[in-house]
Design a protein around this ligand. Structure first.
Ligand code: MN
Length: 436
């Protein structure tokens, strides 16, 4: 049996004393990855069983957990964690650092616990206390997912605990292994002709299927495309754009992040959406001509898009609305929301659009952050960030950033395919971040 966990997460071991947590942790995780309450007690009081040190020991444990998560290091908490309050504190620490919390539960039989308790009697935890822990565990087990654990793995017998292995999976946002060079392309919004023209201008050779439809684009120097999301809606040929982008991603020629318009399309294709939206209707009408299979394929493809990607050993971050440094390379609902919709300041502009928090002007991260979403007349550099959505679908231009060259390449729109409520020349609605 193999347990899959993200390679950056908080692992919470849950089980009574003597259930085999420490042995498992020592076998499956690194020396410094495991933070144990017994060890913290010993660090403070020279005695890992000194219950009077428990308060201080857990303060230290929580500090260690928080610091490791801040440093992007996996951490395993080896403590009983059978009490709700203990787990809640750990879930809060994981949420604050925007990483998943995974529970590994040691649900071993009472007679095994009693045997092991006997073996260490006089030094360890007395049997009635162990039995109480086992009861608390049984009570907690059904509710663990609801408490906020992204996965709950339950180990039930000693053999299983001794045999199980842990596999670490790379987070979908983590593409630090891709070195580029890249061409980051802004919001396409179904502007298929303009996308073709831009790829050609960038030096890509288009590959067509037997019907003559573009399904891939390959650069002679091995460059790769990164789409900032919003491939679809509003424009004349979202299907053509999807077919090409999906083909490029499948062929390893492109990476794509989720835009708010893909999110919108997902909601319609799954039947989740309530209201009618003109922008997504344009795509649905085009999809209707392609058959159910293609729509299902589009839905699956959109659903697996990462909300942001970290590329080139951390040198480049692409997210539809950008992403502040503390969220980069992390995964939580809050991170997804910030990447796909931006962080609302709570105010609206004179056209009724939400004004986003302007984290860009105080951004000091090492990674260049490239995003779309906010149409601007000219791509805008602010600190080490770039808004690359030059409003092609509104009659502006489709722009690419050559990375690492930091050169902009663009083509004009064939025409304005969609009308914009506020004029393109305006800087995006942003609110200055509070100085901190
Ligand atoms: Mn857009």
């Amino acid at each position: 049996m193999e347990l899959e966990i993200p390679d950056l997460c908080l692992v919470v071991l849950v089980g009574a004393s003597g259930a085999g947590k420490s042995t498992f942790a020592a076998r499956c995780f690194g020396q410094f990855e495991v933070v144990s309450s017994d060890h913290c007690r010993a660090l403070i009081s020279d005695d890992e069983h000194d219950q009077s040190a428990t308060g201080h020991a857990f303060r230290l444990l929580h500090q260690l957990v928080d610091s490791r998560l801040a440093m992007r290091r996996l951490v395993v908490v080896d403590a009983t964690n059978v009490k709700r309050a203990a787990r809640r504190k750990l879930l809060e620490l994981a949420a604050e650092r925007d990483v998943a919390a995974v529970a590994i539960v040691f649900d071993v039989a009472d007679d095994v616990l009693a045997q092991r308790c006997h073996m260490v009697d006089g030094v360890g935890v007395p049997l009635p206390a162990v039995q109480r822990q086992a009861r608390q565990l049984k009570g907690a087990l059904p509710g663990l997912v609801e408490e906020g654990f992204s996965a709950v793995h339950v180990l039930q017998d000693v053999h299983q605990i001794n045999q199980v292995t842990v596999a670490r999976t790379r987070m979908s946002c983590d593409r630090r292994d891709l070195p580029g060079p890249f061409d980051v392309i802004g919001d396409v919004h179904g502007c298929f002709v303009e996308l073709g023209a831009l790829l050609e201008k960038l030096g890509y050779g288009v590959v067509r299927d037997e019907l003559g439809q573009p399904i891939n684009a390959v650069h002679p120097q091995g460059r790769q495309v990164v789409f900032v999301g919003d491939l679809v809606n509003r424009g004349p040929d979202s299907v053509g754009v999807l077919r090409l982008a999906m083909g490029m991603v499948a062929a390893g020629q492109a990476t794509c992040v989720l835009g708010n318009h893909e999110r919108k399309l997902i909601k319609y294709l799954t039947g989740e959406a309530q209201s009618v939206d003109r922008a997504v209707m344009s795509t649905l009408a085009q999809l209707a001509d392609c058959g159910r299979d293609f729509s299902a394929q589009v839905l699956r493809w959109c659903q697996q898009l990462p909300a942001h990607v970290v590329l080139d050993d951390g040198g480049l971050v692409v997210a539809h609305v950008g992403l502040r440094e503390r969220f980069q390379g992390r995964d939580s609902q809050r991170v997804v929301k910030a990447a796909v919709y931006g962080e609302a300041s709570g105010d609206r502009d004179e056209w009724g659009h939400p004004i986003l928090k302007n984290w860009m002007s105080s951004y000091r991260g090492d990674a260049l952050v490239v995003f779309g979403y906010l149409p601007v007349a000219e791509p805008q550099w602010v600190s080490n960030t770039l808004d690359i959505d030059s409003g092609c679908v509104f009659g502006g231009r489709l722009t690419a950033l050559r990375y690492p060259e930091r050169e902009l390449v663009s083509v004009p729109a064939v025409k304005a395919w969609w009308s914009l409520v506020k004029p393109l020349g305006d800087p995006p609605g942003l609110r200055e971040a509070p100085q901190s």
